[in-house]
Design a protein around this ligand. Structure first.
Ligand SMILES: [Zn+2]
Length: 510
């Protein structure tokens, strides 16, 4: 991969019409920021899914170590947190085309505008450009022509919004709709920047302009919560983000579920959070509950009361001030909703706590049910576990045995994931799995739209969040996002996308 300069020294945005970067360094005219107009692709080519997977969420480099090859060092340099935002293109078919020109002419620092449905829906900055077929195939798979997106862009400063694309494309004399990767020169970009400005952020705004006075500000909602959760600023130690803040947030969500007070005094906080940080923090990191107690404020989700100072307080200062801290009222309000809570727990675990024994951690903070789709605390391999475990230890309401029978018969005991049937001496065996567990904490309904017929292995993988089902019924592996299978569907079986979405939230895949 070619890095044209240190990523620390660059930065741009829509407000940068001047050819200056954020540090005020003037870029030579011929090297001004260009626009790379990038169709995001329709669901037919899995565009939205790929965008979600490799740009919005980003891919974990550790999952792709085997295919990074010579690009590994540069990628790790660009993405020190270990999560890379990537987009790619298949090799062009013709010798001369807009795509050929764009692939050859785009540069590090250029701005990518993602196009979908006659709108620009996101922008990003190019951090690096490289070609890596093995990585592309692992991240996005092969298309029908056995091609893959091997011309890869590493992306930074991703933001999503919606702005009509037609005026911009017309001004650039590019046909609408945009069909191919196309490059617009720095000069054209400067000329048309006005039309692409003031994008409507996808997120808060309910019609009110953003620079209004406080009373007109849109209320804090789910999207605000998620933006904050996905951008927690964490210390890094040997390139690994510290776990203090995400662990503390999980602990606070656990209190919310247990209907305990939102604000907690410092002494109680340190006696509860301290041991969690000791047991689940990065190996070798110091146990400093005062750090998240104070610094979580920067997330916008956390408030501290009783302290006037503006610098980091010491534990004794916190004790003396009788300081207390907790989730803000807004954050707590959103997190009381079941779906947002499941999403938040899934996101915190998958984004920041990948190496942690999350079953154990969730159990310690009172969220054990969130470690599984069924809502049952994961059985940790104890000897007495057996097929009857549910009837013995379950707190779940009785399930309708007729429904269970119906789903098994409908699929003739075949697994909807792998298609296999477990043979028994006189018949076959399968398991009926709730997508969103009935009873606490998930409160899913006991109905056919919330059931799957699965083999025992895939039942465990689905319940323990190792696999999930995306909007196109692809069964994906949660650790990598790779497609394992296509879900088998009976014509009479209407599965609720809403329940699958809840399950994806638990998987940290929203
Ligand atoms: Zn199976």
């Amino acid at each position: 991969m070619k890095l044209e300069r240190d990523v620390e020294t660059v930065g741009t945005g829509f407000d940068d019409a001047s050819g200056h970067n954020n540090r005020g360094v003037h870029l030579p005219e011929q090297l001004g920021i260009q626009w790379v107009l990038q169709p995001r692709g329709t669901s037919r080519v899995r565009g939205p899914q790929h965008f979600r997977h490799s740009v919005r969420e980003g891919v974990r480099l550790s999952d792709y170590e085997h295919v990074l090859g010579a690009d590994e060092e540069a990628l790790r340099h660009l993405f020190p947190g270990g999560v890379a935002r990537l987009w790619g293109s298949t090799p062009p078919v013709r010798q001369k085309s807009d795509k050929v020109t764009a692939l050859a002419g785009r540069r590090v620092d250029d701005e990518v505008l993602f196009y979908a449905g006659k709108k620009f829906v996101a922008k990003a900055r190019i951090l690096g450009l490289f070609r890596n077929r093995a990585l592309a195939e692992a991240v996005w798979g092969l298309d029908d022509d056995r091609k893959t997106w091997e011309h890869i862009m590493a992306l930074g400063d991703v933001s999503e919004f919606e702005v009509p694309a037609e005026p911009v494309l017309r001004a650039l004399r590019i046909p609408v709709p945009l069909r191919s990767l196309t490059l617009a020169s720095a000069e054209d970009r400067r000329r048309c920047l006005d039309q692409a400005e003031h994008p409507k952020p996808l997120v808060p705004s309910q019609g009110a302009p953003r620079d209004q006075t406080a009373e007109h500000r849109p209320t804090f909602g789910r999207d605000d919560l998620f933006r904050s959760l996905s951008r927690l600023r964490t210390h890094t130690k040997e390139r690994r983000p510290s776990r203090h803040k995400p662990i503390t947030l999980l602990w606070a969500i656990g209190r919310l579920v247990a209907e305990q007070d939102r604000m907690v005094g410092w002494d109680e906080f340190s006696s509860e959070v301290g041991p969690l940080l000791r047991d689940f923090g990065l190996p070798g990191s110091r146990v400093t509950p005062e750090y998240p107690f104070w610094h979580l404020r920067s997330s916008g989700l956390w408030s501290v009361e009783g302290l006037k100072q503006s610098s980091s307080p010491t534990p004794s200062q916190l004790t003396a001030a009788q300081a207390s801290a907790g989730l803000t009222k807004d954050a707590a309000r959103v997190l009381r909703r079941a779906l947002a809570r499941a999403d938040a727990i899934g996101l915190l675990c998958s984004r920041y706590l990948g190496d942690v024994d999350r079953d154990e951690l969730l159990e310690r903070v009172g969220l054990a049910g969130y470690a599984t789709a069924s809502g049952e605390a994961p059985d940790r391999g104890s000897a007495e576990a057996g097929p009857d475990r549910r009837s013995v230890t379950s707190t779940q309401p009785v399930r309708d045995p007729k429904l269970v029978e119906r789903i098994k018969v409908m699929y003739r005991h075949e697994c909807q994931v792998c298609g296999s049937r477990v043979e028994t001496r006189y018949s076959h065996y399968s398991e009926a799995a709730h997508i969103r567990g009935v009873g606490k904490p998930h409160e899913g309904p006991d109905e056919l739209s919330n059931l799957l017929s699965l083999c025992p292995n895939h039942h465990v993988e689905f319940d323990r969040l190792a696999i999930y089902i995306d909007e196109d019924w692809a069964v994906r592996r949660n650790s990598t996002g790779a497609v394992d299978y296509q879900l088998k569907l009976h014509a009479d079986h209407v599965i609720s996308q809403e329940h699958l979405r809840y399950h994806r939230g638990l998987c940290g895949r929203i």
